[in-house]
Design a protein around this ligand. Structure first.
Ligand code: BGC
Length: 965
């Protein structure tokens, strides 16, 4: 391949596409030449509009003995005694003639004309004229084998096996009809090579709809009629087989496709790292917060200043797990993350993340801190259960992965937290989680592993607590070992706010970024990393690794290509999603005598009682607190749990209980306009009971506030709400209880009430969603993602371990001797009957499993079944597959291995097949072998169960299979 001034000649492949093939004709023609109607087209796009200088294909019937091709440039105007006239342009230069096709150049002399009458002369006869439309510009891109004729700078055709890399690959696009050029050659002459024939207008190029930088446009040197446009594949081009379009002078080309691949973030990060000074590197590894100092840009709660000389953006961090944290301003108050997990629907979880991501972005932030995947079931009184996704590593990890994907698809860095074993808030800075390696790997750590591997989360936040004697943020086994070593995490570990306890020890154990300030890494409270490198206490290579990880995350999330930009929140979209999330995640726990759904035309009178249901619904607190759009319905001083001592007490007393502005009372009244709906606030049980008694039915709302930094004292509803429910239920058996809470609760009045709906923290459209469920506009389909125990005495630790005193600074042990037996695995192993089992939830219809069967092959099984809606209304059922490992492994009776949520019309039956393999990210058939430090599949019998909760009596044995000897 010859080049001139760096620009290529047309290669043989291109020449072949320019010199279009024709059908050979063995017989001489003697008839007059005929041009087919509409038979003159642009040779690249086959479109009917041409521009001077470009190549036309004329189809028809021409008296030519055998095909002939022009052998030299400039092109002849007569070939095999055939010539073509192009109106005022005169004789057109010919490339090729045959009995059915002629290729010509539209003469440059026609510039400025809007049309030309074309005639073919052959054997002394002239065809009837055909008119072609002429434009100044008629861009058309050549294609080869269905793909755009686009090459990289090595002249290799770009295709699936040689994709262009976003942000770096220079592309050469071969096309026609880009209009006037400088140094215009005469018609039929080759394009000038020196100086180059450049277009007088610069065309615009888009790749996948994204504008590309154009570096050259002009004629291909040495060729006639063919243009070349050089451009750079845009950094933010979409990946895959994407359309390429050229436009110039108001005319747009045909669309051809080109393959684009993502840049190698590792290489990009390495290249940037190589340009950084030591000071710049040290700047990226900690936040910029100082006590009493100003907030970050755009009021970011945590931030890391960027490096403008290198285009590295400021990193601006935003909580939280159920919507943008209140410090930034109003945002969509979604139902709690636990409510979303209760949908068991990963599409719903993705939507949840996408709403949060869009709003984090609208506030100009680019790092999200909300991926709380701590396993609430280990300590259901934990004050943060509502932020997380329940007790099962597969379910919680999958839900949180979908949140992260929804966020990171908005070009933000997503963060999973709080790594790890951060399962109680009591003494969270001193709690020392003691757990065996296998227990940790198969429970809390597995949730992180699943979440990470299913999401490509770019950041992980290490937690406040200690794990087996080492603080989580300086825990080599957690950070360097499991996270970075075994799971291959390539992003960065950041500390929870003030969770770092050292500089060098933390950095060497795997902490990459200290937040919110550089107290340790910057040397305020110890040896700075700078000094440590000078003293030889930490190798420079470790600092480089820390920075490379941060840069890699910035590249991978797309922060360079999609800079932060303040936008507006789509409040309508947020509200609609908030309502849908609760409608999919509310769990019907009891429905005695089919009390629900209510019939609006028959209810007559309803007493609505308690929990400020006249104005709003409760939300959770701490760094997960959202300031709802539209303003809070109610802001109350919290009822602080007695365990909130020391800093927790301070946090609690500074907090507020926020009620989101969605009134269940109004929504119920709207559903039953002809009913008498009256409200009683529930503070006086007798008055509430009297109203219930005089009404046809009662809906009692009970609520329990939770917040970061403090655990619940117990699992009862506080403030005499249990007594209130009992009194109302005693007065009217048609009592429906709606719970607004973060995690498991006890229901001592369960036997007295008619129906029970778990509405979690319902979010800003909670009232509407609850009313829709109560009146049957929505059929509940949520399933518990966490077991509701029958008593705190049934928990592994009936009393939450706590520091020796409120002022203690000494770590205290929290023995997780239950190991991997978290949640339902604990109750199943110990034969304890819970109040409501994991996976449980009722519907207004009924479902039946049939034809359950199992096949297996090696370390993989398939379970098939038919699921039928046997009731009278449409509804969705979550079919759950559990597997029991061989008894020799000492594993609990069952673990969740797969599930599917199926929507069925009344009478509809659907066949389902779920496949489970030992290669799945949740290691469903494996145990953690401490000797080999790896997942192993034991020899023995595996039992597979299918059903609609984890409880034995709701499961069918699909079969058993054997692995190994
Ligand atoms: C919380 C984190 C939060 C961080 C930053 C900490 O107190 O534990 O969940 O992301 O603050 O706000």
């Amino acid at each position: 391949m010859m080049t001139e001034n760096g620009w290529p000649h047309l290669n043989p492949l291109m020449r072949a596409s320019v010199l279009l093939a024709a059908v050979l004709s063995a017989f001489a023609q003697t008839a007059a030449p005929v041009i087919n109607p509409g038979g003159i087209v642009d040779a690249a796009s086959y479109g009917p509009v041409l521009a001077p200088g470009s190549i036309a294909a004329i189809f028809g019937s021409f008296p030519v003995g055998s095909p002939a091709e022009a052998a030299s440039l400039p092109l002849p105007t007569s070939l095999s005694q055939v010539s073509v006239r192009a109106g005022a342009g005169g004789a057109a230069p010919l490339f090729y003639v045959s009995s059915s096709q002629i290729n010509v150049q539209i003469p440059w002399e026609l510039a400025g004309q809007s049309q030309a009458g074309m005639t073919v002369m052959a054997s002394g006869q002239t065809s009837a004229p055909q008119t072609v439309a002429l434009a100044s510009f008629a861009p058309a891109i050549f294609s080869v084998n269905g793909q755009g004729a686009i090459q990289d700078s090595s002249f290799r055709l770009i295709d699936a096996s040689n994709p262009a890399t976003a942000g770096s690959t220079a592309i050469l696009i071969y096309c026609m009809g880009l209009g006037p050029i400088s140094n215009q050659p005469a018609s039929g002459a080759a394009a000038l090579t020196s100086p180059l024939s450049e277009t007088t207008n610069t065309p615009a190029v888009t790749v996948g709809g994204v504008p590309a930088q154009v570096t050259f446009s002009g004629l291909v040197p040495g060729l006639v009629g063919v243009y070349q446009v050089n451009a750079v594949t845009p950094a933010n081009a979409p990946m895959g087989d994407v359309p390429v379009v050229i436009s110039i002078g108001g005319a747009t080309s045909s669309s051809v496709n080109m393959y684009v691949q993502a840049p190698d973030t590792d290489q990009s990060a390495g290249a940037l790292l190589a340009q950084m000074t030591l000071d710049e590197k040290l700047q990226l590894v900690h936040g910029a917060y100082t006590f009493g100092g100003p907030a970050g840009p755009l009021n970011a709660e945590e931030w890391v200043p960027g490096i403008s000389r290198l285009g590295i953006p400021d990193l601006l961090y935003a909580d939280g797990p159920v919507g943008v944290y209140s410090s930034l301003g109003p945002a969509t108050a979604l139902p709690s993350s636990m409510a979303n997990a209760a949908s068991w629907d990963l599409d719903e979880a993705y939507k949840y993340g996408a709403i949060i991501g869009a709003e984090v972005r609208a506030y100009g932030m680019n790092v999200w801190l909300g991926g709380n995947v701590n396993l609430g079931g280990r300590e259901p009184r934990d004050g943060r259960t509502f932020e997380a996704a329940g007790e099962d590593p597969l379910l919680a990890g999958s839900i949180k992965a979908a949140h992260i994907r929804g966020v990171q698809d908005q070009h933000l860095i997503g963060t999973l937290k709080h790594y790890g074993l951060n399962d109680q808030e009591t003494g969270r800075l001193l709690a020392n989680a003691i757990i065996d390696e296998r227990g940790a790997r198969e429970s809390d750590l597995l949730a992180f592993e699943v979440a990470l591997k299913n999401s490509n989360a770019q950041s992980v936040m290490c937690s406040y607590n200690l794990v087996n004697g080492d603080y989580a943020c300086q825990n080599d086994s957690l950070l360097n070992g499991a996270l970075k070593g075994d799971w291959g995490f390539s992003g960065f570990v950041q500390s929870d706010a003030f969770a770092a306890q050292s500089s060098v020890a933390s950095a060497l154990a795997g902490l990459d970024q200290e937040q919110p300030g550089g107290y340790y890494f910057g040397g305020v409270w110890g040896e700075s990393l700078d000094t440590a490198i000078q003293n030889g206490d930490m190798p420079q290579s470790r600092l480089d690794d820390m920075v490379r990880r941060i840069l890699r995350a910035i590249y991978a999330a797309g922060l360079f290509n999609y800079p932060s930009a303040v936008g507006t929140i789509d409040t309508d979209a947020g509200a609609a999603t908030a309502q849908e999330i609760l409608e999919q995640g509310a769990v019907l726990l009891k429905n005695g005598g089919n009390l629900l759904p209510l019939d609006a035309s028959k209810v007559g009178s309803i007493a609505v009682i308690g929990a400020h249901a006249d104005v709003g619904v409760l939300s959770g607190g701490g760094s997960a607190q959202v300031a709802p759009t539209g303003g809070a319905a109610l802001t109350l001083a919290p009822e602080c749990p007695s365990s909130a001592v020391g800093t927790s007490a301070l946090a609690c007393h500074n907090a507020s209980e926020i009620y989101d502005p969605s009134s269940p009372l109004k929504a119920i009244q709207a559903m039953a306009p002809s009913a008498s709906v009256q409200f009683n606030d529930g503070t006086d049980s007798a008055a509430a009971a009297a109203l219930a008694q005089s009404s046809n039915g009662a809906v009692v709302f009970v609520s329990q506030w939770e917040s970061e930094g403090m655990d619940l004292d117990d699992l009862n509803f506080s403030n005499n709400q249990d007594a209130l429910v009992s009194a109302v239920a005693a007065a009217n058996p048609r009592t429906i209880v709606v719970m607004e809470n973060g995690g498991p609760q006890l229901a001592p009045w369960l036997g007295q009430v008619g129906a029970l709906l778990e509405a979690w923290y319902p979010g800003e459209r909670g009232g509407e969603a609850i009313a829709n469920i109560l009146f049957g506009s929505v059929n509940p389909s949520g399933k518990l993602p966490i077991t509701f125990p029958a008593s705190v005495n049934d928990l592994p630790r009936p009393v939450i371990p706590s520091p020796s005193s409120a002022s203690s600074t000494t770590p205290f042990a929290v023995s997780y001797s239950e190991g991997f037996n978290v949640g339902y695995k604990w109750y199943d192993t110990n034969g304890i009957e819970p109040l409501f089992p994991f996976g449980f939830g009722l519907s207004y219809t009924t479902f039946a499993f049939s034809n359950v069967s199992l096949t297996s092959s090696g370390e993989q099984f398939q379970v098939s079944f038919d699921l039928a809606n046997t009731g009278a209304v449409a509804g969705a059922e979550v079919a759950q597959v559990y597997v029991g490992l061989p008894a020799s492994t000492g594993e609990p009776p069952r673990r969740l291995a797969a599930w599917t949520k199926v929507l069925l019309q009344p009478g509809e039956k659907q066949s389902e097949t779920l496949t489970v393999s030992s290669n799945d990210v949740s290691h469903p058939l494996s145990y953690w072998d401490v000797n080999s430090e790896s997942w192993q599949v034991a020899s023995g019998d595996y039992t597979v169960y299918v059903g609609n909760s984890s409880a034995n009596d709701s499961l069918t044995v699909a079969g058993m299979f054997h692995i190994g000897q």
